[in-house]
Ligand binder design. Sequence first.
Ligand code: C2E
Ligand code: CA
Ligand code: CA
Length: 399
Amino acid sequence: MKILVIDDDTFICRLLGRQLNMLGFPDVEQYEHASHAVHRLESRPDEVELIFCDLQMPDMDGIEFIRQLAHLGYRGVLVLVSGEDERILQSAERLARAHRLRVAGTLFKPVASDQLHRLLQGLPGTSQDRSTTSASYSAMALAEAMANGQLINHYQPKVDLQSGALVGVETLVRWQHPQDGLVYPDQFIPLAEDHGLIDDLIQVVLQQTLQDARTWLQAGHPLQLAVNVSMDNLVRLDFPEFVAEAARAAGVAPSLLILEVTESHLMSNPQAALDILTRLRLKRIGLSIDDFGTGHSSLAQLRDIPFTELKIDRSFVHGAWRNSALRTILSASLDMARRLGMHTVAEGVEDKDDWDYLRNAGCDVAQGWFIAKAMPADRLLPWLAEWEQRRLTLAASPG
Ligand code: C2E
Ligand code: CA
Ligand code: CA
C-alpha cells in the first residue's frame, strides 16, 4: 500500500513515516509541503491508497488540501492529523466527508503507535464486509422479493451495560438477493417508502421477528424486540391493532415489543402519527426515539410523543470518551432521559473504550459491533453462549 505523509514539521513527518514502517508499511512518501503532494497526486492519483495530512501548515493548510483532494477525485483513504483543538479536527473531518472523501479517522500529535495501529486495522474495505454493489432496484423487483421471501431479518443484540446480560435484539432487515448477495436496507428502504411498499415491508419484518421471538422464548429467553418504523409510515390508524394482534397470535407479550421511530422527512400527517403512537403505548408497546440528536429526532418530539426509550445516535457514541463535545452532548442526553423516566440505549458501541465510557456514564443498554454485528436468527443462541464467557471477563475488568 502506497502511503503519503504530509506535515511541515520535519520531525513529525519522519516519526510518522517510521511508525508506519514498523507497523509493516514500507512504502511511505513524506512531504513537507501540501502543494508538492498535490503535484504528486496530479500525475498518478490512483497509485496512492492512504494519506496522513496535518491541518496546520504554512503554505497550503489541511483544509485547502482537502479541497484539492476532492477536486482531484482522490479515491483513497484520508487520515487527518493535528495538534489543534479537537473540535477543529472534528470539523475538518466533517468537511472532508461532505466532500465525499473516505476519512478513516483523526489522530492527535504526537501520534501514539497503538492508536495508529488501531486506526490501520479499521481501514474501510478491511473491516466492513458489506457488499459494495450500488445497484439500484425497481419497486417491482422489491415487491417480488417480498412475496418470494427474499427479505430476511438479522438481529443485533442489545445488552445491559452493568450486568452484560442480553436484554433484547434489534431487527435489521436485509434482502437476500439471488444475484447481488446480501443487500443492506439503505438500498431499498427509501424505495419501499417512495412506492407504497413500506406497509407490506413492516408486516413481513414484524411477523418474522415474532416467529423468531417465539423460538427464543421457548428456549427460555424472553427478549425485547426492537423493530424500526419511520414516522411518516404511520398513516394507517389501525396500525396499533395490527401490531397487538400479531403479537397475540405469536404468543409474545406486547410489552416485549419496542418500535424504534425515526422521521426521515417531514411528516405528511402529524396528527395521525401522534394518534397511532399514543395508542401503541396504551397497548403496552414500547416506543424508542431512534437516532436521537440527528435530523428530526428532536426535543419537540420528546415533548409531544410518549417515548419509553431514548436511543442515542452512533455519531454521538463512538469515540465520545476522547471528544469533549460528544461527551457533553451524550451526558446531557442521558441525564434528560433519566429525568423523563426513559431507558437509554447507545448504538454504535464499537470498542472497549466506548463500552467502559458508557458504562461509567450510566447508560442502560449498549448495542454495537463491540458486542456483535447483526446476525441471522439461528446464530443468536450460539453467539449468546460465547458472549456469556466474554461477559465474565468484561465484568471482571475495572473499566
Ligand atoms: P438504524 O436503526 O440506526 O440501525 C443501526 C444501523 O447501524 C444498522 O445498519 C447496524 O448494522 C449499524 N450498526 C450497528 N452497530 C454498529 C456499530 O457499532 N458501528 C457502526 N458504524 N454501525 C453499526 P443497517 O442494518 O445497515 O441499517 C440501516 C438503517 O436501515 C437502520 O438504521 C434503519 O433506519 C433502517 N432499517 C433497517 N431495518 C429496517 C426495517 O425493518 N424497517 C425500516 N423502516 N427501516 C429499517
Ligand atoms: Ca434503529
Ligand atoms: Ca440509529
